[in-house]
Write a protein that binds this ligand. Structure first.
Ligand SMILES: [Zn+2]
Length: 119
């Protein structure tokens, strides 16, 4: 895959993920607790006791989604470094070139289709 094209794919995917994270953070208040403290206090006044468990569950889901998104961003950053080093597009397990279609769909992937999930 052409390095410039790969870089564009990675940068646009990274921007998309960062936007998702920002949206999540402003919705949930994760990452800016103090700013949103007064808002969540107001919100919790309306809540019935029975909703608290659901609220906690939703928050945990948000945290794991954020973790997932941040892990994907880390992969994209690693991919950008690999472009600079000239090793982009190679499977980290077997060292073979990754299918360009796979890179197109998942520009941050570290492995070929065969070794997906092996890392
Ligand atoms: Zn492989």
């Amino acid at each position: 895959m052409d390095a410039e094209h790969a870089r564009e794919l990675i940068v646009s995917e990274r921007t998309r993920l960062e936007t998702l994270i920002r949206d999540r953070e402003s919705e949930t208040g994760i990452g800016s607790e103090s700013e949103n403290a007064s808002i969540s206090e107001l919100a919790s006044n309306d809540q019935h006791q029975g909703d608290l468990g659901t609220e906690t569950f939703e928050r945990e889901k948000d945290f794991s989604l954020l973790e997932q998104l941040e892990a994907e961003i880390n992969d994209l950053d690693a991919a950008l470094r690999k472009i600079d080093e000239g090793t982009y597009g190679r499977c980290e397990v077997c060292g073979k070139e990754v299918d360009p279609e796979r890179l197109e769909a998942m520009p941050g992937t570290r492995t070929c289709r065969e070794h997906a999930g092996a890392r």
